[in-house]
Every structure is written in structure tokens, then in C-alpha cells.
Design a protein around this ligand. Structure first.
Ligand SMILES: [Zn+2]
Length: 266
């Protein structure tokens, strides 16, 4: 799935869980932003596909293959490798824990685990949401994500959605995030504590996400490099036709325009 949907998924998780924290606004914002970051983080492994990879990382680490090959391989730093695993989610939590304790105010002597845990639950949830969203993309060369790394098994690769052009899913994710943020602001202004409203909105969002997923008229599955370009072009075209059918002309045109203006795959 695309990086924008992943990041907003993380933000939606954060916006849902942040009202459960009884800490100050700063801590709540940390939950929101770090969850967004957790939703984004797994795709840093796509850096091997970057045109400057060979002359930088490739040379620094004396790699024996090109970045493009690394990207499609099953090495630990290849796309869908370690960075797309549960282990990496825990590593991220560990790093957040270490960094936040370095900057912890000296007056706060003891950790409030019950309160702190909401941040880590949100980060884990956001990170796992990214992995789940990638499991429903095609098998191609990976066959899913290395969820239980260092196990060599890859999870998912079900081909229920195309790599990108999932505008309907993006809109569901984006609306879930936006509604929850507005609800939080309104609840703060009128001093209302209604944290379960956000959970309800999130569950409705999840329902619609899976509904759209399961009612896709086309299956986008393909495996390996053989005939890859032709399949890729067909799926790319079909994925847009599906979106036009689902969203209708006006919304589709708006989303496509947005897509064309964004300098990465969306
Ligand atoms: Zn990913």
C-alpha cells in the first residue's frame, strides 16, 4: 500500500487511543505523532529502490548487488524484510523508551507504566496496521511481509488490493482520522470525556475498509518477474477503473488530480 495511507492509518490509531491517556497535551500529541511515524516507518526499507542508493549506501557498505536487486531480494534490509516485522515494532518501542527516558524531567522520578503504556500500545498497533495493509497486496517477489522475522516465512501477499490507487481505502482512513481529531477538539472545548466515541469511529472505519476490500470486483494477484510488466500495466489500469466505478466521476477526478500532484506513488 502507499505511504500516505500507511501514515494516516498510524495517525488514525493515535487519534483513537490518545484520549485514553490521562497525561498532558504534550504526551497526547506524542502518542499521535509517534503513531503516525510508526505507520510510516516500515517503508524506509524502500530506500534501496532510490536512484542514489548505489553511490551512497551501496558504496559505504560495499554491497555486492545493486539497490534495485536488494529491493526485490529477501535480505534482511530488502523491502518487506526486517523493517516489515513485529520485531521492528518492538525495536521502535525500545528506541522511543530510551530516548524519552533520556529527556525525562528530573522531577518525575518514577515511571507511570499504566499511563506510559498507551503510547507503546498505540505505536505497536499503528506499526502492525501498516504490516496488515501490506499483506493484502500482491505476492510479486516477496509473497507478503517477513512478519515473524528472523523466521524466513513471509505472511500475506493475498493480492486483494493493488499496490496503490486505493483511493476508497485512503478516504476511509483519512475520514476516520479527521472525525476523531475533530471529536477530540470538540470534547476538549465542551469539557466532555467521551473516549469510546473514537473507538466506535475507528471500528466503523475498519468495517468499511474490509467491506471495500472484500467487494473488489478484481483480484490483483501476480507472482514473480515473468510477464511482470504486462501484468503490472493491466493491473494499474484496472485498479483505476475500479476506483472510478466505486467513487464516481467527480470524486475520482479529484483524487486522481491529487495523486498526480503528489511526488510519490499514491
Ligand atoms: Zn510497507
Amino acid at each position: 500500500m502507499d505511504i500516505l495511507s500507511h501514515t494516516f492509518s498510524g495517525l488514525a490509531v493515535g487519534a483513537t487511543l490518545m484520549p485514553f491517556s490521562k497525561q498532558g497535551l504534550k504526551s497526547k500529541l506524542a502518542i499521535l505523532l509517534l503513531s503516525g511515524f510508526a505507520g510510516f516507518l516500515p517503508d524506509v526499507d524502500a530506500i534501496s529502490y532510490w536512484s542514489g542508493f548505489d553511490s551512497t549506501f551501496g558504496e559505504w557498505f560495499n554491497l555486492d548487488s545493486s539497490g534495485v536487486k536488494v529491493y526485490h531480494d529477501k535480505r534482511w534490509f530488502s523491502h518487506h524484510g526486517l523493517f516489515h516485522s513485529l520485531l521492528m515494532a518492538f525495536i521502535l518501542c525500545g528506541v522511543i523508551f530510551l530516548v524519552s527516558n533520556l529527556f525525562r524531567h528530573k522531577q518525575i522520578k518514577q515511571l507511570n507504566w499504566k499511563q506510559e503504556s498507551i503510547l507503546y500500545i498505540s505505536v505497536l498497533f499503528a506499526f502492525n496496521t501498516h504490516l496488515l495493509e501490506d499483506m493484502i497486496t500482491p505476492e510479486f517477489v516477496w509473497g507478503g511481509v517477513a512478519y515473524l522475522f528472523p523466521s524466513e516465512d513471509y505472511w500475506g501477499g493475498t493480492g486483494e488490493i493493488w499496490w496503490w490507487n486505493n483511493y476508497d481505502l485512503f478516504l476511509i482512513i483519512f475520514l476516520t482520522f479527521t472525525i476523531n481529531i475533530f471529536a477530540l477538539i470538540i470534547c476538549r472545548v465542551v469539557r466532555l470525556k467521551w473516549k469510546w466515541f473514537g473507538v466506535g469511529v475507528f471500528c466503523v472505519g475498519v468495517f468499511f475498509f474490509f467491506f471495500q476490500l472484500k467487494t473488489r470486483p478484481i483480484f490483483f494477484q501476480y507472482k514473480g518477474f515473468s510477464g511482470h510488466h504486462a501484468i503490472w500495466e493491466t493491473n494499474e489500469r484496472l485498479s483505476k477503473e475500479v476506483q472510478k466505478e466505486i467513487l464516481g466521476g467527480d470524486v475520482y477526478e479529484f483524487m486522481e488530480k491529487l495523486d498526480n500532484e503528489i511526488p510519490f506513488w499514491f
